[in-house]
Design a protein around this ligand. Structure first.
Ligand SMILES: NC(=O)c1ccc[n+]([C@@H]2O[C@H](COP(=O)([O-])OP(=O)(O)OC[C@H]3O[C@@H](n4cnc5c(N)ncnc54)[C@H](OP(=O)(O)O)[C@@H]3O)[C@@H](O)[C@H]2O)c1
Length: 336
């Protein structure tokens, strides 16, 4: 396979997925955006040119995203076909019989009749929690239990993937993929799949560059989206990163930003897009929306790209092998 299959050219604003769909290379991440802000922020984002929203059942705000989407579509600010809406299958719905109800719930909340992309959120199957009992169910099986904790379920990834493939045949989703998979899991998934994943979404920033994973995905024709593309910021309020771990404060980032008349965030996001991945920066601040989208009027030189890549420390902020034990009482490594 052509190793450059999913690589972006510098000024290209979309990524082409297996099957030919074109996904905008920058999307708005919606994790941790407080519900009351979401609908308005979606409206502002679309007005400012965003056409890609990165949602998930687990973010607990899909109904509010749906409200915003309905407003922009009804006002005629763009057409549904111009939008790229991603959502994610939560861990409690991995069993084949729960996959379709899970996407139907997301579609109902988002007020849509199809998704552009549906991703398995984690390679972690958790015990099923009925929709009318708790939604989204999050990680802990029974929060009222004397010792609340995660409860794993035994569901093979191939079973979940088979049900994801059926969603495409049924017209509920256009493209399917996975998040937080390593190369060995991807290889195993591809071996049993009728359709290989079109997308891998993983944590990527200059402190976690994951070159081997990206190279493997290029070889396999799997496009890649980087989550938490700005690094530590998202994890500071969660106690999962410390103040001195901000890649945006690196002097080399500041120097490159000054040389291009751009901000540190734009340089780090541009690095992500220029290495051929999509990025889905989150901001709850309307004044930052335009900044995070404005990445296509400058280009980093090869040496600037390399200096940013050289910042790699293999620092993963979002690691179930760490946070599941500290927050949910269950040791659940997936990368080791
Ligand atoms: N698949 C998965 O397992 C997974 C996991 C994590 C995240 N995601 C997706 O990826 C998206 C992005 O990741 P993330 O939310 O973890 O982190 P992120 O987008 O890398 O960073 C968000 C943080 O950076 C700040 N920020 C945003 N724009 C900025 C700018 N221009 N300058 C300085 N700071 C800025 C935000 O603060 P303000 O809000 O105050 O601007 C927030 O604290 C998520 O929203 C979600 O959609 C997926």
């Amino acid at each position: 396979m052509d190793e450059t299959a999913t690589m972006n050219r510098p000024q290209e604003t979309t990524l082409e997925l297996r099957g030919g769909a074109k996904m905008p290379a920058v999307g708005l991440g919606l994790w941790k955006i407080p519900k009351p802000q979401v609908a308005g922020l979606v409206e502002q984002a679309v007005s400012q040119g965003y056409r890609h929203l990165d949602c998930a059942a687990d973010y607990g705000n899909e109904a509010e995203v749906g409200e915003g989407l309905e407003r922009v579509l009804q006002a005629g600010r763009c057409r549904r076909e111009e939008l790229w809406i991603t959502s994610k299958l939560w861990n409690t719905y991995h069993a084949a019989e729960h996959v379709r109800p899970a996407v139907e719930k997301s579609l109902q909340d988002l007020r849509l009749d199809y998704l552009d992309l549906y991703l398995i959120h984690f390679p972690i199957a958790l015990r099923y929690v009925p929709f009318d009992e708790r939604y989204p169910p999050e990680w802990i099986y029974d929060p009222e239990a004397p010792e609340p904790r995660m409860e794993l379920a035994s569901v093979p990834i191939a079973e979940t993937w088979g049900a994801m493939e059926q969603l495409v045949r049924d017209g509920l989703v256009r493209n399917i993929g996975v998040c937080n998979f390593n190369t060995a899991l991807l290889r195993d998934l591809i071996a049993s799949a009728t359709t290989a994943p079109a997308m891998l979404q993983v944590e990527l920033h200059p402190y976690l560059t994951q070159e081997k994973l990206l190279r493997f995905c290029q070889q396999q024709g799997i496009a890649v989206t980087g989550f938490s593309p700005l690094g530590a910021g998202s994890y500071l309020p969660l106690g999962m990163a410390s103040e001195d771990e901000s890649v945006l404060s690196e002097s080399v980032v500041g120097e490159i930003a000054a040389a291009h008349g751009k901000t540190a965030a734009q340089v780090v996001l541009r690095w992500g897009v220029q290495r051929g991945t999509a990025v889905v920066p989150k901001t709850a601040r309307p004044e930052r929306l335009a900044e995070n989208l404005d990445l296509f009027d400058f280009e980093l030189s090869d040496s600037e790209m390399q200096s940013l890549t050289n910042l790699n420390r293999n620092r993963r902020f979002n690691d179930p092998g760490v946070f599941c034990e500290s927050a949910f009482g269950t040791f659940c490594p997936i990368y080791e």
